[in-house]
Write a protein that binds this ligand. Structure first.
Ligand code: HEM
Length: 925
C-alpha cells in the first residue's frame, strides 16, 4: 500500500477517504487506485526527479495523482485551470514536465498548450474512459495496472507556480516535500501541521477553493495524510457551502475573505438555517481580511477562525486563533516556530514594536525556498540565507503580534506621505454599496501619486459613488488617505485565493485623467483606427474593462440615450486567439456576436438567427450545410465571372476622370459577385447596397443614424426579399448558390425558410461591406506606400502574398463580441459569467509579439498569420472568396496602379465595427 496511507488502510480501510461530487471512496480503494497510478506512471518511464503537470479540477483523481507522485519521487506541478493555452504551455515548458494529466473539460486547451510547449511532455492522460484531443483515457490504462503495493516507493514533491506581481509566473520549490527524502520526513511534517497549525487528524476537512493554490492544497492534502476525510467541492457557492458543512459534519475548512463576504451577504433566513456545530477551525490567510468582516464572521460562526500569514514560498509563518485576534484586532498573529518575524526599516535596521517596515521571516539556514529557473528572483527575496520576505509592510506590537499594512510595492506615496491601501480598503468594504474594493495610487502631477478606489458595487449602489463614499471615509480616515476618485469595475482581478492583482489594476488605471481615444465610441473611428491606443493597451492593459459611451438611438417613441454594459477589450494576439477558440466559455449566442447589447428579447432572437450569433450543435449544423458552397473549389468556379466584373470595373475608372474609389469602384465588385452568388438580378444590387449600409452603418449619421425602427424595417424588407427568392428556387432550382443552399441536406435536414433567410441576409452584409472596405483600404495603403506598391507592380512580391498583407493592414472587421457564460479568466484577468468580451482583430494584427515591425506595410510578409477572418469555429466562410476578389482586382489594376492618385480627403465611417471609408476621391494619371 502507499506508505503514507498505510495506517488508515491497516485500520481496516473502510472509513471514507475522499468525497467529491461524483461520490465517496474508502481508504482501501484509494490505496489501490494510487498503486495503479504509481504503476502507470512507472510504466510510462516517469520516476524520481521527473515532473508531472496537472490541469485538473477539484476532484478525487487530483488527489490520486498527487499521492501517486508523492510515492514515486515525482514533482507535481498544479496548473490553474483558468489559464489559456500559451500560459499553460509556458508552465509545462518551464517546469520541464514530462507528463500532463487533465480532465476532459480542459483537454482542448491543454492539447493546444502541449503543441506550443517546448520540451518533452509526451505522456498525456485525461481522466475518465474517453480519449480527448491527443490525451489517452486513463481509466482503461489503470484497469490494466497492478493494484498491489509497489516496490521501492520514494518521496515526491510539489512545485506551484505563483503569478507574482511582475513578469512571468515562477515555480516555487519550498522544501515542504523533498524528492527522494525518507517518508519519515513527511511524518514529521504532518505531525508539525497537526500540533502547530491544528490540521486535524481523523476528522473531516472541506476543500472549497481551487486546489492548485498552495493554502488550499496543503491544508487539504495534509489533512488527508493525517487520516481525515476530505470533502471536495468543485466550485464555491455560499449557500451550498453552508449546507455541506452541516450535512458532512465538516470540522475544518480553509476559506478566503471574499468567501466570507459572500457568505455574510446571504439572506438572513439562509444564514439562520446554518448550525456550524461541527466546525472546529476555519483557516484563512494569504490576503487581508477587513477586521469588520472578520468580527461579523466570529459573531456568526463562533471563535473558529484561525488566521495565518504566509505564502506559497514559505508556508504559514504566523497564526492566531479568534480569541487572540479579538484581543489584537487586525493582527495576522504571532510567529510560529521555526519562524521569527523581524521588521526592517528602509536602512535595513530592525524596527522596535509599533514601527512600520518591511516584514521579514527568519529561519534556520536551509529552511527556505527558491524559485525554479530564477536565481535572481530567489536572491532578491532573501536578505541572507534563511531570511526572506514576501514583500509585505507591517509592524509588530509589544506582544509580538504582526499587523500588515500593505505590500511594499502597493504603498502609495502621496505628497511625500506614505499611505497604506489596506487601511482604506478595510474602511470602504463596510459600506453597503461596496461589494469589493481595491485602493491604488494613480499618477498625479502635483502629488506624485494620489489615492484612487476601484470599486465593485452592490446591486443597489447609487450612481454617484463619490457623494456617499467620500463622507463615509472621512468619518474614520485622515483627509490625505481618503480616495480622490472612485471607479466602478464589474469584477476586481482577484485570484481564487482572494489575492488581488494590484499590478493589473495599476496598469488599467494608470491613465485616469489622461485623455485617450475611446475605442468604444463609433465617432473615434471617423479619424481612422487609433492604432497607438491599441498599442498602449496591448502593452499595459491587454484585457481592460472598457466603459461604453452614451449613444442616442431613435424610434417612433422618441430618442433614447443609452449606455452599453461595458466590456473587456481583448487586444493581444494570443488572447484574441484563445478567447475565439474557447466557445464553451465565450459564447457567440448568449447575447449575439455584435458589440451593442440587444435592446429587447425580440432583438436578441433576431440576432441569434444569424450564423455568427450561434453556438454549439446548431452552429455546426448550419455551418456544415452552407460550408460546401464556400470551398476553395466552389469559389474557383466563380473565377471567370469575377475576372469579367473586375476587368469592366477597371476599364471604367482608368480613363483619367475623377471617380469615387468607394462608391464607383470598391463597392461594385462585391455587389456584383454577391448578385451572382445570391441569385439577384444585377439591377437590384442597389437594394443590397442600401440594406447593407443601413445595417452595418447603423451608427453613422449618414447611413443608419441610430434609427432603431429603420434598422428593423431594413431587416424585414431584406427578409421578405430572401423569402420570395428562396421559395422560387425551391420550386424551380437553377445551378446558383441559392438553389444549392435551399435544397442542400445535412443529416437528412434542409435549412428552414427562416434559417435560409437569415443566412442570406448575413451574406448580404458579410460579403459586401467587408470586401468593399478591404478594396478601398488597400488602394489607400498602396497610394500611401509607393515603395511597396512598386514591389508589387514589378512582380517582386506575388499578388497572393500582397493580398494577405493588405487584409492584415486594413482589417476590415475590427472586432466581434462574445459573452462569458461562466466565471473564467483571460490572461490572469478574471471575467465573470455574463460579462461582455470584445476581441479586437485590428489590434491582434499589429501585435509585435507575432508580427515583426507590425506598423509597416510589408507586401512580402510571409507567413502572415493575421486574424482578419477571425479564428476558431466562426472562422470566416467567405475568406477564399474575399481573397479571390481582391487578388483578381489587383491583377487587373497592376498595369495602372502607379498612376493612381487620391484627389481629395478620405471620409470614414463612424463605426466601431468595420474599418471603412465612405468616400475616397481618386484619379488615374
Ligand atoms: C475581407 C473580407 C472579409 C472579412 C475581413 C471577414 C471577416 C469575418 C470575420 C472576422 C468573421 C468571424 C466572426 C466571428 O468570429 O464571430 C467572419 C465570419 C463570417 N464571414 Fe466573413 N469576412 C470577409 C468576407 C466575407 C465574405 C465575402 C463572405 C461571404 C460571401 C463572408 C461570410 C462570412 C460568414 C458566413 C461568416 C460566419 C461564419 C460563422 O459564424 O460560422 N465573409 N468574417
Amino acid at each position: 500500500m502507499p506508505a503514507l496511507l498505510n495506517d488508515y488502510i491497516a485500520e481496516g480501510g473502510a472509513g471514507t477517504a475522499i468525497v467529491d461530487e461524483a461520490g465517496a471512496v474508502g481508504w482501501r480503494l484509494l490505496g489501490e487506485r494510487v498503486n495503479r497510478w504509481i504503476a502507470l506512471l512507472r510504466d510510462r518511464g516517469l520516476g524520481e526527479g521527473d515532473r508531472l503537470a496537472c490541469v485538473l479540477g477539484n476532484r478525487r483523481e487530483t488527489f490520486e495523482v498527487l499521492l501517486a507522485c508523492l510515492h514515486s519521487g515525482i514533482t507535481v506541478v498544479p496548473i490553474n485551470w483558468h489559464l489559456t493555452d500559451p500560459e499553460i504551455a509556458y508552465i509545462v515548458s518551464d517546469s520541464g514536465s514530462k507528463a500532463l494529466v487533465v480532465e476532459p473539460s480542459y483537454a482542448d486547451t491543454a492539447g493546444r498548450a502541449v503543441a506550443r510547449s517546448t520540451g518533452e511532455c509526451t505522456t498525456l492522460l485525461v481522466t475518465g474512459s474517453m480519449a480527448e484531443s491527443g490525451f489517452e483515457a486513463v481509466e482503461p490504462l489503470l484497469a490494466l495496472m497492478s493494484a498491489a503495493e509497489p516496490e521501492g516507493q520514494t518521496c515526491g514533491a510539489t512545485m506551484l507556480y505563483t503569478s507574482g506581481t511582475t513578469g512571468a509566473p515562477k515555480g516555487v520549490v519550498n522544501g515542504l516535500f523533498v524528492v527522494g527524502a525518507p517518508f519519515s520526513r513527511v511524518a514529521k511534517l504532518t505531525r508539525y501541521a497537526h500540533v502547530v497549525l491544528d490540521v486535524p487528524s481523523r476528522e473531516r476537512c472541506l476543500l472549497d477553493g481551487p486546489w492548485y493554490h498552495s493554502s488550499q492544497l496543503f491544508f487539504s492534502l495534509l489533512g488527508l495524510l493525517l487520516g481525515s476525510t476530505l470533502v471536495i467541492r468543485r466550485s464555491f457557492d455560499p449557500e451550498s457551502t453552508l449546507d455541506i458543512i452541516d450535512r458532512e459534519r465538516i470540522t475544518a475548512a480553509h476559506l478566503v475573505p471574499t468567501q466570507f463576504i459572500r457568505l455574510l451577504r446571504l439572506p438572513a433566513e439562509v444564514r439562520e438555517r446554518f448550525s456550524g456545530a461541527s466546525l472546529g477551525r476555519v483557516w484563512h490567510g494569504g490576503g487581508p481580511c477587513s477586521p469588520d468582516v472578520k468580527r461579523r464572521m466570529i459573531d456568526w460562526w463562533g471563535p473558529v477562525l484561525t488566521e495565518y500569514y504566509g505564502a506559497t514560498e514559505g508556508g504559514a509563518v504566523t497564526l492566531t486563533g479568534s480569541r487572540d485576534w479579538l484581543a489584537h484586532p487586525g493582527s495576522v498573529g504571532k510567529a510560529v516556530p521555526p519562524n521569527e518575524i523581524v521588521i526592517l526599516g528602509e536602512d535595513g535596521t530592525p524596527q522596535p514594536p509599533g514601527a512600520t517596515g518591511q516584514v521579514f521571516v527568519r529561519r534556520a539556514k536551509g529552511q527556505s525556498f527558491s524559485y525554479h529557473n530564477a536565481p535572481e528572483k530567489t536572491r532578491s527575496a532573501h536578505l541572507e540565507p534563511g531570511t526572506f520576505t514576501f514583500g509585505d509592510v507591517g509592524h509588530l506590537d509589544e506582544d509580538g503580534f504582526l499587523y500588515l499594512t500593505g505590500r511594499a510595492q502597493d504603498m502609495i506615496v502621496s505628497g511625500g506621505v506614505n499611505v497604506y491601501p489596506a487601511e482604506i480598503e478595510a474602511v470602504l468594504i463596510n459600506h453597503p454599496a461596496v461589494q469589493d474594493v481595491a485602493v491604488i495610487g494613480v499618477p498625479d502631477d502635483e502629488f506624485g501619486e494620489r489615492v484612487a478606489a476601484v470599486v465593485e458595487v452592490t446591486a443597489d449602489a447609487p450612481e454617484d459613488l463619490f457623494a456617499v463614499l467620500d463622507p463615509f471615509c472621512r468619518k474614520s480616515l485622515a483627509g490625505f488617505k481618503t480616495p480622490r476618485s472612485y471607479h466602478v469595475i464589474p469584477r476586481l482581478p482577484r485570484e481564487a485565493t482572494g489575492k488581488l492583482r494590484k499590478d493589473v489594476l495599476r496598469k488599467s488605471f494608470a491613465a485616469i485623467g489622461i485623455e485617450r481615444p475611446d475605442i468604444a465610441h463609433p465617432a473615434t473611428f471617423a479619424d481612422g483606427v487609433p492604432h497607438a491606443e491599441f498599442a498602449r493597451r496591448r502593452e499595459t492593459e491587454p484585457v481592460a474593462w472598457t466603459p461604453e459611451p452614451l449613444l442616442t438611438r431613435h424610434s417612433s417613441a422618441g430618442s433614447t440615450t443609452q449606455r452599453g454594459s461595458g466590456y473587456w477589450a481583448v487586444t493581444r494576439y494570443d488572447d484574441v486567439y484563445s478567447v475565439s477558440r474557447r466557445p464553451e466559455e465565450f459564447s457567440s449566442a448568449a447575447k449575439g456576436a455584435f458589440l451593442p447589447d440587444p435592446r429587447t428579447p425580440g432583438d436578441l432572437k433576431q440576432t441569434r438567427q444569424l450564423l455568427v450569433s450561434m453556438d454549439g450543435p446548431e452552429h455546426v449544423r448550419i455551418r456544415r450545410l452552407v460550408a460546401t458552397v464556400f470551398t476553395p473549389k466552389s469559389v474557383r468556379g466563380l473565377s471567370d465571372s469575377i475576372a469579367g466584373h473586375a476587368r469592366r470595373l477597371v476599364e471604367k475608372v482608368t480613363d483619367g476622370a475623377e471617380f469615387d474609389a468607394v462608391a464607383d469602384f470598391a463597392a461594385e465588385l462585391p455587389l456584383l459577385v454577391l448578385c451572382d452568388l445570391l441569385g439577384f438580378p444585377p439591377e437590384d444590387r442597389h437594394l443590397l447596397y442600401r440594406w447593407s449600409n443601413a445595417l452595418v452603418g447603423f451608427d453613422d449619421p449618414e447611413f443608419g443614424s441610430g434609427d432603431v425602427e429603420a434598422y428593423r424595417r431594413t431587416f424585414a424588407e431584406a427578409f421578405a426579399y430572401a423569402m420570395k427568392l428562396g421559395l422560387n428556387r425551391r420550386e424551380t432550382p437553377t445551378d446558383d448558390l441559392i438553389s444549392r443552399l435551399v435544397n442542400a441536406e445535412f443529416d437528412g435536414k434542409r435549412l428552414s425558410d427562416r434559417e435560409f433567410c437569415s443566412f442570406w441576409l448575413l451574406l448580404v452584409v458579410a460579403g459586401n461591406e467587408t470586401t468593399r472596405h478591404l478594396i478601398s483600404g488597400s488602394l489607400e495603403a498602396l497610394v500611401n506606400n509607393p515603395a511597396e506598391r512598386d514591389r508589387l507592380v514589378s512582380g517582386e512580391v506575388p499578388v497572393a502574398t500582397a493580398v494577405d498583407e493588405l487584409i492584415r493592414w486594413v482589417t476590415p472587421i475590427m472586432q466581434f463580441r462574445r459573452t462569458a457564460v461562466r466565471d473564467t479568466e483571460i490572461a490572469g484577468q478574471p471575467v465573470a459569467e455574463g460579462d461582455k468580451v470584445v476581441v479586437y482583430y485590428t489590434s491582434a494584427n499589429r501585435d509585435p509579439a507575432v508580427f515583426t515591425d507590425p506598423d509597416r506595410l510589408d507586401l512580402g510578409r510571409d507567413p502572415n498569420p493575421h486574424l482578419s477572418f477571425g479564428i476558431g469555429p466562426h472562422f470566416c466562410l467567405g475568406a477564399h472568396l474575399a481573397r479571390l476578389e481582391m487578388a483578381t482586382l489587383l491583377t487587373e489594376l497592376l498595369p495602372h496602379l502607379s498612376r493612381l492618385r487620391l484627389t481629395g480627403p478620405v471620409t470614414r465611417l463612424e463605426s466601431n465595427f468595420v474599418n471603412g471609408a465612405k468616400s475616397m476621391p481618386a484619379r488615374f494619371g
